[in-house]
Design a protein around this ligand. Structure first.
Ligand SMILES: [Fe+2]
Length: 478
């Protein structure tokens, strides 16, 4: 995730100053390159054909002026073309308009890399850098880097930046970093917050064949953080936690993360359900407060809509996670929230023992009831793991990385288009602190606990990344 304008913070007070951290995982990109062949170790499945795209912040400073937080970093895309038993990898910074402007000026111009008066002036003039450092969307054969609070940034298959886009004027303000596809509708959905005198969010539909459109604009009581949502076959579900933005602090760039947001439990969590076929008939009601950063899945039942998410009692876990990148991140409880159609009494059910984040499913069943869930876990000793939960058998299959190896979100790639749900591979990246290098890893999604069955090492590291996408059958571009 990423927090940019208006969610900036003061470089003088933020606790996670870049210079103070020790984790090399978040350190700056050291080498950009186009696609290069990588040596494969292990057994790379012959049927695995596609490209993994990943996005993350890759610069901690501009011209020696440090950002206040890693989330501000200029985005980079890494990509791995897999097919015919070969792997080629590429890694490039996004040349955002702000980045290019800074290159021309020869100095930092944006975010907390500049003085407080300059930050204030930028805020008042609505100037900020669209870093695209959070996620990747593929739509209509185009590729887009996404961030929390800005428009998509198009890039080509060689990872060269094309530039910001509004999809033909449809995206008026922001386009979040969490689009969700519903294969049954051959449509991808997303939302975008709009801050101003009032706060609202727009709901967007991106048909796989056809033009983007805004489905509805939903007003909110307060400016909030609204990072993710979930799409089912018939509904779009937003759970608006009472993590409210203190707007004057954001505008004035005063304070750290915990100062910019205020947990206001009295406001409760607002459940907002948008029926896809009748988006104007928004249903909304309040429930006791809880917090989530990410959703993992969702599906419709005859009398309810259910969403699976990584739940927290409040926003303190997020505040902890973003305030100190050297501490083990806190994972959430995988929770199914059931929202009956005829009642405001939601129910919650914990789905597995292990705490997870970055929950993922086989995206071919997105919007439908899923059997398999995959996610990242971290223990108190900063050991990272990839977990597979089989809801049918109840089995939790976990691979723990050794000390000093970190990983991020892994994505499911099916063995074939016709394969059963869960029959395929997990593809992702792992970082080794001792060698300061990253590697592509491939796991058998049905035997996650066995660890990677194949890997391809880079001669450099990929800075810690957030989200990405798996695009099948793109090896023809290699
Ligand atoms: Fe996210």
């Amino acid at each position: 995730m990423s927090f940019q304008s208006p969610l900036r913070r003061n470089r003088n007070v933020h606790p996670a100053r870049m210079g103070a951290r020790t984790s090399s995982y978040w350190s700056d990109l050291t080498r950009e390159h186009g696609f290069e062949s990588l040596e494969i170790e292990g057994r790379l499945p012959a049927e695995l054909n596609g490209t993994l795209y990943r996005a993350g912040p890759a610069l901690s400073q501009r011209f020696g002026s440090p950002y206040g937080h890693v989330f501000e970093g200029d985005g980079a895309i890494s990509a791995f073309r897999i097919g015919d038993g070969k792997v080629a990898g590429a890694h490039r910074l996004l040349r955002s308009a702000g980045y290019v402007e800074e290159e021309r000026a020869g100095r930092a111009l944006f975010q907390t890399a500049v003085s407080w008066p300059r930050q204030l002036a930028n805020n008042l003039r609505g100037r900020f850098k669209n870093t695209g450092n959070t996620a990747v969307l593929e739509w209509h054969d185009g590729l887009y880097a996404l961030m929390e609070n800005a428009k998509p940034t198009a890039f080509d298959r060689e990872l060269e930046t094309i530039g910001e886009t509004s999809f033909g004027g449809v995206i008026q303000s922001a386009f979040s970093a969490h689009p969700h596809s519903v294969p049954a509708r051959r449509t991808t959905y997303n939302h975008g917050l709009r801050f101003g005198r009032t706060t609202s969010f727009a709901v967007y539909a991106l048909p796989w064949e056809g033009a983007a459109r805004c489905m509805v604009e939903v007003p909110l009581e307060h400016p909030v953080m609204l990072h993710d949502f979930m799409a089912t076959r018939d509904h779009l579900v937003f759970l608006v936690s009472p993590m409210q933005l203190v707007m004057w602090r954001a505008v004035l760039s005063i304070g750290g993360f915990s100062d910019l947001f205020q947990w206001n439990p009295d406001a409760g969590t607002e459940v907002i359900v948008v029926p896809i076929d009748e988006p104007a008939k928004v249903r909304r009601f309040k429930v006791d407060p809880f917090f989530q950063i990410h959703f993992a899945a969702g599906f419709d039942e005859p009398d309810a809509v259910s969403v699976d998410l990584m739940a927290y009692p409040d926003s303190s876990a997020l505040a902890t996670n973003v305030a100190d990148i050297d501490k083990p991140p806190i994972c959430g409880e995988v929770t199914r929230v059931r929202i009956p159609h005829g009642s405001d009494e939601i129910s919650k059910q914990r789905l597995c023992d292990i705490g997870l984040e970055f929950g993922q499913t086989d995206r071919r069943v997105a919007g439908e009831r899923n059997r398999h869930l995959y996610g990242l876990s971290v223990n108190e000793n900063m050991n990272f793991a990839i977990a597979h939960i089989d809801f049918e058998t109840g089995k939790e299959d976990v691979f723990w990385f050794p000390d000093g190896e970190f990983t991020s979100e892994t994505l499911f790639a099916p063995r074939s288009p016709e394969a059963e749900e869960g029959d395929g591979y997990l593809v992702g990246l792992a970082y080794n602190q001792a060698s300061h290098t990253s590697r592509l890893i491939v796991l058998d999604a049905q035997h996650v606990g066995d660890g990677p069955i194949a890997q391809a090492r880079l001669d450099h590291h990929i800075p810690a990344d957030f989200h990405g996408t798996w695009v099948p059958n793109q090896v023809g571009h290699a």
